[in-house]
Every structure is written in C-alpha cells, then in structure tokens.
Design a protein around this ligand. Structure first.
Ligand code: SAM
Ligand code: SF4
Length: 459
C-alpha cells in the first residue's frame, strides 16, 4: 500500500471516554502514516467523524455535521469523509449511502481506518469495514490487531499532560434493555494483562504519571485466572506510575477485593463510578440490571465501610418506559442514601434494536423526563455542595490538567497567573491560580472555597 504523504486530516469526536481514546489512537495512527493533523475544515483532505449511538441526540449531531460537510464538499469535491465508531457499526450501509460519506468503519475495525482512507483517496470507491455479526466473538486475529493498535498508538493525552487512558476490555455482555452498546461494540473481551502492563510501562516511559483503565464494566475484567482486583495489584507495581483510576463499574457480583486494593495500594485512587440507573426495583428489573436498589446500596455501604474516604459517582436514566412519580421518588431516595459526589443524569432515549425499544412504549412525556432530570440534578447538587464544603480548609493532592476554561473563571485573576484546573484522587475538580507549566504535575492545593461542582484553592 502506497503511503499518501502530506494529506491533511481533521477529527471530530462524539461520545464517551472510550470514543476519546479511539480518536486519539486514530490520530496517532494517521500522523505516523504520513498524514498531517489540521483544525482547518476548509483546508483538510480527510474528515474523520467518531460517532456515538448511546442516545438519539448523539446520532442527530453527527447527521447535522454530515449536512454541513455537504456544503464543504461542494467547494472541495475530493474531500474524503470517514464515519467510524458506534453509529457506523449500527447504521452500516444506511450511512454509507449518505451522499457525503466515503467510508464507514466500526469500532472493532479502527486499525483498518488508515488503509480505508488511502484506498478511498486512490480509487474513490466507497469503503466499508464493519462487523456483520457483531455478537460473534471477534476472531483471535482481529483481537490481536486491536491489541497491537492499542499498544502502538496509545499515548499521553494531548490536552492532559502526563495522563493516559488504557482499555482493559472491549464490548459488553450485560444487555441492559435500553442500551445499544452490546450491539455496536460486540461481546465482552478482556485484554491480556501482559499487553496492558507493557502498554502502561511504555506510557510511563514517555512521562505518563496517571492512567485511567477503561471498560464498560471494568470490575468484570477476567483474563484466565486474573480478575480486575489482581490486575490492579499488577498495574500498581509499575515504577514511575503514580495514580491509577478506572471507569466504569457494574453493580453486580462486585468483588470486594477491589476496595481492599484501594486500601493496600496507595496508587489506586479512591474513586468509584458505579451507575445505578434507577432506585426503583420494578424499573431496574425492566432495565435488566440484575440487582435491586438495596443490593446496590449494600455495595456502596461496603465501599464506604472499607474505604471511608471513597468518592462515589453515579449515572441515572430518568423517564424509562412506565416510570411513575413513585418510581422516580425511589431514585431520589437512592441518590440521598448513596451520597454521590456527583451524578450523571440522562433522559431515556429509545434505541433501535434494544429490548426496551422493541417491547416497551416510550410513554413518559418529554416534559416529564426533562423535569425529573432537573429535579434529580437539584437533589444531587445539594449533596455535592455539602460534600465539597467539607473540603474547605483541607489540602488536596491534585493532578494538574492545565489552564481552566472560561466556565471555571471564578477566582479574581492576577495578570502573572493563569487559572489552572485539575482533579484530586477522588476525581474532585479543583481550580486554583498558578503557572501554566504546572500542567501534568502533582501539586498540593489548599481548598479555600467550594461550590457544588468545583473546589477552589491556593497553592
Ligand atoms: N457501561 C457503563 C454502565 O453500565 O454504566 C456505561 C455505558 S453508557 C455509554 C453511559 C451511560 O449512558 C449509562 O450509564 C446510562 O446512564 C446512559 N444510557 C445508556 N443508554 C441510554 C439510553 N438509551 N437513554 C438514556 N441514557 C442511556
Ligand atoms: Fe450498556 Fe449496561 Fe453494558 Fe453499561 S453495562 S454498556 S449500560 S449494556
């Protein structure tokens, strides 16, 4: 395959942390194959769109972007548009038939993306690489290719110096009734621990101090005899690595040794993102989550018992089919009992191909979904404000992300200082004045003030 030199490419990414990681692997694979990254849409030869299918809104945003690209293609008819990720896998030909789209590439085929783009440049034919039977376990050859891709192109996050994300597993087998992920990212497969360790060592050699281990349900990681807790002990042995975070956990068959690892191993951050989705047992059953609200809370109480300063975050879906005010009230109660540091709240979005969409009417009016979303966030905000207030007067070790965006400009600026933003081990957002070159370093911050979203401090 001839390498096409000096072609410019631009990437737009929608969706979760997993997608951000995929985008950064893709960027590195393109730059190392002779392409040049640009932010100028008017000057680019290739547009790569990394897509999300979790909620309808995410797909609508991609379609609107494709509509915009139609105009750009009028002035640049040679522009190559590649759509990759979850929506590409879900909509396959449907997307390939879109007038601006040249390439459709599923999440398990991203190692092929450079070749697909080179082919499209050379012969102008539309290119497609998706899994035809996404629920079939990927062949060892394609798993090995994904592993190599991960190893070769993972790097320190461009916008987060000294930090990197490392996938420990692909896919999901849980089939929550509302969720599209098992149908677009395929079966759950845990990556071999030796590959994960080698990858992290390589990242640490390039200056990474904090890794976040990624998976849809990291606590169900299992490779031969190695469980997720075992993996934490192994990763913790890597010299030079200072902080280890992981997302997301699934609240079923939770291995307590994960909490013990947080106590035994100083590198494991005491942060647990463990979505509940609802506090109503009836809704949890309809969601096929496999636990009751009480069983969920037992995990949270156990976590707080073993790791008293653990920070817990949750996800909720409001307006799931047939959710009544009483069901919603139970969710409010669960949020109050769990005392999350923060919660992510989503309005139910019916997804084609999922059981909830096929079997249950989307019968909660949008206005009610919206109101429950606002109400639940208000309950959470009060709890977050109380939790955050307790940090005032304390000193927190923070990994500095970099200069904060405008939204956080809350402290009076001084000319010689920029306002920095970072996160603590518990994943609390901390904002303080300091020099921009502190990005990527650990620093102690004295917390002087707190809002529900942010801790403010001084160094
Ligand atoms: N695997 C993780 C888990 O089980 O929590 C996260 C998967 S999903 C990408 C992230 C969040 O999106 C979920 O926790 C859920 O709250 C939300 N979500 C998933 N499907 C949804 C849907 N159909 N409508 C609204 N929110 C949804
Ligand atoms: Fe979706 Fe459930 Fe799997 Fe999370 S655990 S990715 S919500 S099916």
């Amino acid at each position: 395959m001839a390498v096409i030199m000096n072609k410019k490419f631009l990437v737009r990414s929608f969706g979760c942390q997993m997608n951000k990681l995929d985008s950064s692997l893709v960027v590195n694979s393109f730059t190392q194959s002779g392409f040049e990254l640009t932010e100028d849409i008017g000057a680019t030869d290739v547009v790569l769109v990394n897509t999300c299918s979790v909620r309808n809104h995410a797909e609508e945003r991609v379609l609107s972007m494709l509509g915009h690209l139609k105009h750009i293609k009028k002035t640049n008819p040679h522009l190559i548009v590649a759509v990759f990720g979850c929506m590409a896998q879900r909509r396959k030909e449907d997307l390939l038939n879109h007038p601006v789209v040249n390439i459709v590439c599923g999440p398990l085929q991203i190692p092929q993306l450079v070749n697909l783009v080179n082919n499209a440049i050379e012969n102008t034919k539309k290119q497609k690489a998706v899994s035809e039977n996404i629920r079939h376990k990927p062949l060892p050859k394609s798993l090995a290719s994904l592993d190599d891709f991960e190893q070769d192109y993972d790097s320190v996050e461009e916008h987060l110096p000294a930090q990197a994300f490392v996938r420990v597993m692909h896919g999901c087998d849980n089939f929550c009734s509302y969720c599209v992920v098992p149908y677009v990212r395929g079966p759950e497969v845990s990556r071999p621990p030796e590959k994960i360790i080698t990858q992290i060592k390589k990242l640490v050699d390039t200056g990474v101090k904090q890794v976040t281990l990624l998976g849809q349900t990291v606590n169900s990681y299992q490779h031969e005899n190695m469980s997720f807790a075992d993996l934490l002990y192994e990763v913790s042995k890597i010299d030079g690595l200072e902080w280890i975070k992981f997302v997301t956990c699934y609240p079923r068959d939770f291995d307590e040794r994960i909490f013990k690892a947080m106590i035994d191993l100083p590198k494991i951050c005491r942060y647990l993102h463990i979505p509940a989705q609802s506090g109503s047992d009836r809704i949890l059953k309809a969601m096929n989550r496999g636990y009751t609200a009480e069983q969920y809370l037992e995990i949270i109480y156990k976590a707080k018992d073993i790791v008293p300063d653990i920070a817990v975050a949750g996800d909720f879906i409001v307006g799931f089919p047939s959710e009544t005010d009483e069901d919603f009230q139970k969710t409010v109660e669960l949020v109050q009992k769990a005392k999350y540091k923060n919660s992510f709240v989503f309005k139910y979005s019916p997804r084609p191909g999922t059981r909830a969409n096929e079997k249950l009417a989307d019968d909660v009016p949008n206005e009610v979904k919206k109101q429950r979303n606002i109400d639940l966030l208000a309950v959470q905000e009060k709890i977050s404000a109380e939790i955050n207030q307790a940090f005032v007067g304390r000193t927190l070790k923070v990994m500095v992300d970099g200069v904060s965006k405008k939204g956080h400009l809350d402290i009076a600026h001084k000319k010689e200082h920029t306002q920095l933003i970072g996160r603590s081990a518990g994943d609390y957002i901390v904002v303080f004045d300091g020099l921009a070159n502190l990005a990527g370093q650990f620093i102690d911050v004295n917390i002087t003030r707190a809002s529900a979203l942010t801790l403010f401090g001084k160094i």
